[in-house]
Design a protein around this ligand. Structure first.
Ligand SMILES: Nc1ncnc2c1ncn2[C@@H]1O[C@H](COP(=O)(O)OP(=O)(O)OP(=O)(O)O)[C@@H](O)[C@H]1O
Length: 348
């Protein structure tokens, strides 16, 4: 047995499970105006982290603090194990950034724009050419010699990504990367980001106000509302939240839980407030999805009154709206961004 390599593996695992981006109780005020309150978030290596919030929620401010572009009023930001604003910013070389509305020199070609940036970064002129490689990654190589002036918004966005990828960063931070793009361009950007994560192991931090977009792309989601992170959640957990369930309003929730587990072998359920129990699945799924009366009978038999029985599905949109306080404005973004509110016998 090779103890040395086991130790290295253990060390590597410990390093990899450490957050690569972290905000600890970050607060920001502009003058007297509070913008961020006690924001804490954690991004791990390999995550595609969606930072979701309505317009003005504080996404850009948080991103600027994480990148050291703005100082927090209090709290700490950490990137790749370095305290932002305290450690020398050498870690920035390991981070690629696409901020909103990226600027380019319109009268230079795509290649020339990236060449300027490469020179600023002090990238060595090497073979294979890193500029061509970055352009190829975003499928812009055929437009390399075209003036940026004539680029569509989608092409500009991909060029911004190419620029962020020039130095092959470990982390990409993107502020609303699909803003203003049509559904096809949005899909292209999404697939590109997914590929970067899967094939090159790039950790992604992506802000968005479009719920469906975040749900399609991200593995972990932080929801910010009025300057507070109201939830951080894994996508798998969100899927659970949007599952179809059988909802029962009962006279005795604790006894219902006992009967479900001990008489029916059902463990995939949730007790909600007010004597409401949601059953997601059972060892015999038909029991939940086709024969709910059998459950009701078993409960009545066990001494529990069943006041109401209905199917429901807590869509992600409902969940988000609940957390961020109502459907005013555009919480889910474009028409393509809204999620279906399914049959929803149960609505709050
Ligand atoms: N430099 C500044 N001075 C004063 N207030 C600011 C400044 N920058 C941002 N704000 C305020 O902070 C709040 C959060 O802005 P921020 O840009 O972080 O939100 P956002 O979630 O990125 O919004 P959007 O999705 O519209 O870009 C807003 O109310 C904004 O007006």
């Amino acid at each position: 047995m090779n103890h040395g390599s086991a130790a290295v593996d253990a060390r590597r695992t410990a390093t990899e499970s450490r957050p690569v981006i972290e905000a600890r109780a970050v607060t920001k005020r502009y003058g007297r105006q509070p913008v961020l309150h006690d924001v804490s978030l954690t991004v791990r290596r390999g995550d595609i982290y969606g930072f979701l919030g309505r317009n003005g929620a504080g996404k850009t401010t948080t991103i600027r603090i994480l990148l050291g572009l703005v100082h927090p009023t209090s709290g700490e930001a950490w990137v790749l194990g370095h305290r932002v604003g305290v450690a020398p910013p050498s870690w920035l070389r390991r981070v690629g950034v696409v901020l909103e509305q990226p600027g380019f020199y319109p009268n230079l070609t795509a290649y020339e724009n990236l060449a300027l940036h490469a020179r600023m970064l002090g990238l060595p002129t090497a073979r294979p050419d890193p500029i061509e490689r970055a352009l190829a990654t975003v499928e812009l190589l055929p437009l390399a010699r075209r003036l940026v002036r004539g680029f569509s918004q989608g092409e500009r966005q991909r060029l911004a990504l190419a620029r962020a990828l020039l130095h092959e960063p470990e982390i990409l931070v993107l502020d609303e990367p699909t803003n203003g793009l049509d559904p096809y361009a949005i899909r292209d950007v999404r697939e590109l980001l997914r590929r970067l994560n899967r094939e090159r192991g790039v950790t992604l931090f992506v802000s968005s106000h479009i719920l469906a977009e975040v749900q399609r792309l991200c593995t972990r989601i932080g929801i910010i509302h009025e300057g507070r992170v109201v939830e951080e959640i894994e996508l798998t957990r969100l899927h659970q939240l949007s599952r179809r369930y059988l909802e029962l309003e009962v006279t005795d929730a604790p006894r219902t839980a006992w009967l479900l587990e001990n008489r029916l072998g059902i463990t995939d359920y949730q007790v909600v407030e007010g004597g409401v129990v949601r059953i997601f699945d059972a060892p015999e799924p038909a029991l939940v999805h086709e024969r709910p009366e059998a459950i009701s009978e078993a409960l009545v038999h066990g001494g529990v009154g069943v006041r109401r029985l209905a199917y429901g599905q807590d869509s992600l949109e409902q969940h988000f709206i609940r957390l961020t306080g109502g459907p005013t404005g555009s919480p889910t973004g474009s028409p393509t961004g809204g999620m279906a509110d399914h049959d929803g016998a149960h609505r709050r």
